[in-house]
Design a binder for this molecule. Structure first.
Ligand code: COA
Length: 374
């Protein structure tokens, strides 16, 4: 064998490029989008304002926001060919595979021919992702071909309206707005890095976002919110959570929704979504999942000094909003496409193909052996 590798596993702590979009890597504690603290944005902004901020580097004026909303509304309805493709995807598919295929199909039907069109295609994805998910869902699970256009005021309201086929409560719209803001952007996380690598080859925007969706799908990344739901719903009450979690820890199981590759003591997004988990639990008059979640948080800190990440308290929040667990990660896609798109634009604006090197740890050079001699 050749020399042992000196590389850092998972590229942890290595600077892989520059960004003006997000500061998570600076201290590993705060989180800002274009200089604005994420908690400030989650408390005061709408997701559309944040998506605009990420695309254009500044918060929109009222006039700019109105035009952004209008452009989004105008693009909501899915083309018939896309509806037919979604109908063909089997009911057994994971909704993340539906999102990945839906995004890729959109890029076939409405191609990006030139980078000067990129902002229109970003609007196209932001506008259509909620319907890609819900059209497939209703077709297969309720036998219904839903209307995909709508007059809803926001992406959050549009999604909830499509999902529930009724007008959502103001509280649910607000909770989803906050959630979409928290999920919108997170520096060089795995899916964003995948998007940037793809973009650096000068491929089209749909290919780059498709690569990102495939990367987000894994349980160590976006899939953790669904895994967290499976965890908390496996416990009957906080005492059961205490016992069950201790058993999982002694079995050296990984506890989904805890820990983070960059943050060391807390995830600023978790603090915000935990508040929403409480409010939504109180609204439905059922605090059991919230109390179980809090017990998990206590045990994980006491035993491992691990804290809940953005995904953990999303589980009970989404569940009590009536969102099926399989759709948790696709909502992440609906939001994170704003961050991916901003990174793709940033990469394109100052591009060099991303092509790192590897430490070779394989065999010494050897001579080909004919198959008859092996
Ligand atoms: N449950 C149990 N142990 C955990 C853990 C978890 N959720 N997260 C980290 N650890 C352990 C690691 O196994 C490691 O132990 P070791 O040194 O004995 O191998 C130690 O804590 C330190 O891990 P760390 O370096 O902080 O994590 P990482 O950077 O390798 O991985 C994650 C980060 C997010 C992938 C990891 O914490 C994880 O798998 N979490 C669960 C999945 C999840 O919630 N993902 C969403 C992220 S937003």
């Amino acid at each position: 064998m050749v020399q042992k590798s000196t590389s850092t596993a998972g590229l942890r702590g290595q600077v892989a490029g520059e960004t003006a979009l997000c500061t998570v890597g600076v201290t590993g504690s705060g989180l800002t989008y274009c200089g604005y603290d994420v908690s400030d944005l989650a408390a005061n902004a709408t997701f559309e304002e944040v998506a605009y901020l990420l695309q254009f580097g500044q918060l929109p004026s009222q006039d700019e926001l109105d035009r952004f909303h209008q452009a989004l509304k105008a693009q909501r309805a899915l083309p018939q060919a896309l509806c037919e493709i979604l109908e063909r995807i089997p009911k057994s598919a994971h909704p993340m595979d539906v999102m990945r295929t839906g995004c890729s199909a959109l890029g076939v039907l409405q191609q990006e021919n030139d980078f000067s069109e990129q902002d229109d295609h970003i609007i196209n994805m932001l506008a259509k992702f909620p319907a890609i998910m819900t059209y497939w869902y209703h077709f297969h699970f309720n036998g219904k071909k839903i209307e995909t256009g709508s007059n809803a005021d926001s992406i959050a309201e549009h999604f909830l309206e499509l999902l529930t086929q009724s007008s959502p409560s103001e509280l649910h719209v607000q909770a989803l707005q906050a959630s979409l803001i928290l999920y919108a952007e997170h520096e060089f996380n795995a899916s964003t890095f995948a998007a940037r690598v793809a973009a650096s080859t000068l491929t089209d925007i749909y290919s780059a976002v498709t690569a990102a969706i495939g990367t987000l799908r894994g349980p160590l990344h976006g899939g953790a919110n669904e895994a967290a739901m499976a965890l908390i719903s496996s416990f009957n009450d906080p005492a059961d959570a205490e016992q069950g979690l201790m058993a999982m820890l002694s079995a050296k199981d990984k506890i989904m929704g805890f820990g983070h590759a960059v943050y060391r003591t807390s995830d600023p997004r978790s603090i915000v979504i935990k508040e929403w988990a409480k409010r939504i639990g109180e609204e439905v008059g059922n605090m059991n999942l919230y109390n179980i979640s809090e017990q998990c948080e206590k045990v994980m800190w006491r035993e491992k000094e691990l804290f809940p990440n953005a995904d953990f308290y999303h589980a009970s929040t989404y569940h009590h909003m009536g969102i099926p667990t399989d759709l948790f990660t696709p909502i992440f896609v609906m939001s994170r496409v704003s961050g991916w798109a901003a990174h793709i634009k940033e990469q394109r604006a100052n591009n060099r193909i991303i092509r790192p090197s590897a430490d070779y740890i394989g065999e010494e050079p050897r001579v080909y052996t004919p198959i008859t001699d092996r």
